[in-house]
Design a protein around this ligand. Sequence first.
Ligand code: SAM
Length: 410
Amino acid sequence: MTHDEPRFYPLASTILPMRSSDLPVPEPDARQASDTLQQRIRERILAAGGWIGFDEYMRLALYEPGLGYYSGGARKFGRAGDFVTAPQISPLFGHCLASQCLQWFETLPARILEFGAGGGELAVQLLGELERQGCTDCEYWIVELSGELRERQQQAIRALGGSLAARVRWLDRWPDRIEGVVIGNELIDAMPVRLFRVAGPQLLERGVRMDDDGFAFDDRRADADFAAQLEPLLAELWGPREDWPQDYVSEFGAQAQAWICELASRLVNGAVLLLDYGFPRHEFWHPQRASGTLMCHYRHFAHADPFLWPGLQDITAHVDFTALALAASRGGLDCLGYCSQARLLMNLGLLDRLAAISPEQLADYLPNAQAAKRLLSETEMGELFKAIAFGRGVEDDAIGFARGDRRDGL
Ligand SMILES: C[S@@+](CC[C@H](N)C(=O)[O-])C[C@H]1O[C@@H](n2cnc3c(N)ncnc32)[C@H](O)[C@@H]1O
């Protein structure tokens, strides 16, 4: 892993080399669950002839029912978990996004479809703020892959009580026709990625095989389909083959692109707002970012070994926003804006909301001021995290992107 590039590790206080002995040891029952998952992955590798793509490994490690990181019992979020996301840092985050929804609801049905709702914090913040702003009939639908997180979301929503809680539904499958506002915060970075490696003249796919200690990376010649997808994209960025970096590893977010295409095919009348860490492609596949962006989070330590305790740690990759925008455009969606998280939140009034809290009420003001700094600061989440919006049948005047829109840099 290289340390020479500024990267953001959500709330990670320490970046470690890949030695499990440096990390807090999991509880025995957690280790046992991880052993069971490892056995499941081994069986999968054996059944596939000794090698699986990294995307398949990541899918199993994160989403294997009952055992994967998101679908099993890992604590995941918060101080006792592995990382913290923006809605968990402050309700100001969701309250700002509510202002953008209100503008879109002037012409769209008052309905939010949230993908990957984590602990349910954003849903609680949005519903509460929309109600306070007089939007008293907003329906809230959630699509969540993890049964364990769905239960946590249901608890959080139940605590809202009464009519607010009654507006929330969990969907087992995507609606055929989507109308309203679609939201995903830190959703795309949790989708499995394929890995590729450029090694001299060869284009390889980095997959996973078994070794004595567990699992190991194993590079194979990229199959014809994968090569045909990647080569023109890399040539567009890097020019002729002889000018390509000599040893380079990165990620290809095939699943994220398929997800946005699927969404585009069902979005009849609506806007999509996605927030995540990442870059436009020329920064993502920059020749100097030679070891990619794959990263793991375990108890607020960030490290680069996805084979440590499968099921007990998060595995994530930054988002290629250019790829998302191109896939959305192929599906007929308009790009309504692209900017840093800081810009989006300031455009949506985060500083005014902070100013409305009296500094004399220290117990209220100080945590909110601190949270605002984390959400906005360039050295924390403000710049590396971006917001992107797409739409069909929606005016291109989103208030969240009124200043600092960088669509032309995608
Ligand atoms: C990093 S967490 C973010 C959670 C929450 N949005 C937040 O900001 O706190 C990723 C979430 O996306 C969910 N997820 C990942 N892929 C998904 C998909 N294809 N459809 C629905 N949910 C998904 C995970 O189960 C998890 O809830």
